[in-house]
Write a protein that binds this ligand. Structure first.
Ligand code: B12
Length: 316
């Protein structure tokens, strides 16, 4: 017989624990296996069961990570210590941003603040709004609902002469900087599940690759971000050196570069058999059949990436 008052009773399945703590089931498993974040019980069928206390611990850990802490640094903290850190970070965030992120506007409001900042060439406001997106939304929401639409709109504004190329470049620099910082600070620096992310030679658009880096870090992967315009041999070497389980590439423009498909073929040959090669971006959609024929996974969006990461974890 279940007693509601018993907060230590292990009774919630993983989906409930994930929903209540604001994490994904995949991240919950990673935080458990790699960092011992909580120790769920097991049902008769061997499925994970979480107590109310476990869920509260996970919720606090999630808030600590959103506040900029590494999961490896906070996973083993006692409840009181964790609560104190979360409260301290919350106070600091409120001081910096003048509001409580717990009641911040949704992605539409943040996107509109970003666009407003771009139109006014207000670099600080742009950085501030992007920070709000990354702190207040999940990685995948921040990417799909703020960063991608912002960059597309920026392109339109540039094409219509509504924004000076210098401003467009400056905005791209800020977006790049914020994404690099976030991707490298969220994920573990040396976790077991490692991913190498880059764009191949000739592909100068790197925001898609950075978005992938952020999503992978948000799923608990250790990210090695190599930047844009890299030869296949170098990417393969980095993957070997890092012991990567996955290599993700972004290919956007040009999509008719005769060297593009051969590069993916070369990379596929050079990677160890157990390394997953994933390619996303508009040019990947165009060459999907060729890429698939050499064993690459072609991704339409970041939900595909998340699925592939979960699958590579072997625990979907
Ligand atoms: C910023 C920008 C640049 C910057 C890039 C800086 C940087 N560090 O990245 C600079 C100034 C260098 C640049 C240069 C050029 N650019 Co430009 N650029 C843009 C702009 C404004 C934003 C690009 C961007 O970041 N988009 C946001 C990202 C996230 O979108 P995305 O790359 O399409 O990715 C999406 C998906 O494909 C997916 N995805 C991408 N990668 C991956 C990877 C994985 C693993 C997954 C799961 C998903 C995924 O995620 C996104 C989903 O929303 C776009 C406008 C636009 N509409 O995108 C033009 C745009 C891409 N550029 C364009 C062009 C033509 C150029 C130039 C030729 C311009 C010129 N005349 O010099 C050069 C080419 C440079 C080169 N050698 O390739 C065109 C491309 C047209 C086309 N597709 O044929 C666009 C669309 C502008 C336009 N409307 O004409 N550009």
């Amino acid at each position: 017989m279940v007693e509601d008052a018993d907060n230590a009773k292990k009774r919630h399945p993983i989906r409930v624990a994930a929903g209540r703590s604001g994490l994904t089931p995949g991240l919950l498993r990673v935080w458990e296996s790699r960092y011992g974040a909580v120790a769920p019980g097991r049902s008769e069928k061997g499925q994970r069961r979480y107590s109310d206390d476990d869920i509260e611990q996970l919720r606090l850990l999630q808030q600590a990570v959103q506040g900029g802490r590494r999961i490896g640094d906070v996973a083993s903290l006692e409840r009181a210590e964790l609560e104190a850190i979360v409260e301290e970070d919350r106070r600091e965030t409120t001081r910096r941003f003048g509001g409580d992120l717990g009641v911040v506007e949704g992605s539409a409001g943040i996107l509109s603040a970003c666009l407003d900042a771009v139109e006014r060439s207000d670099v600080d406001q742009l950085r501030h709004s992007l920070d709000r997106a990354l702190l207040g939304l999940s990685a995948i929401e921040a990417v799909q609902e703020v960063v991608s639409p912002l960059m597309r709109r920026l392109g339109e504004m540039w094409a219509q002469g509504q924004v000076d190329p210098a401003h467009e470049h400056l905005a791209t620099v800020i977006v790049r900087q914020v994404l690099v910082d976030a991707a490298l600070s969220i994920g573990p620096s040396n976790g077991n599940q490692r991913i190498v992310i880059a764009t191949p030679t000739g592909q100068m658009h790197e925001i898609g690759a950075l978005e992938a880096a952020l999503c992978a870090a948000g799923e608990g992967w250790s990210v090695t971000y190599l930047g844009a315009d890299l030869p296949a041999a170098s990417i393969a070497r980095a993957a070997r050196d890092r012991g990567a389980r996955m290599v993700a590439l972004s290919v956007v423009h040009p999509d008719d570069d005769p060297e593009l498909v051969p590069q993916i073929e070369e990379l596929s040959r050079a990677l160890d058999e157990n390394v997953v090669l994933a390619v996303g971006g508009d040019a990947a959609t165009k060459h999907a059949d060729r890429f698939r024929s050499v064993g690459a996974i072609v991704m339409n969006d970041f939900a595909d990436l998340r699925d592939a990461l979960h699958e590579a974890n072997g625990r979907r």
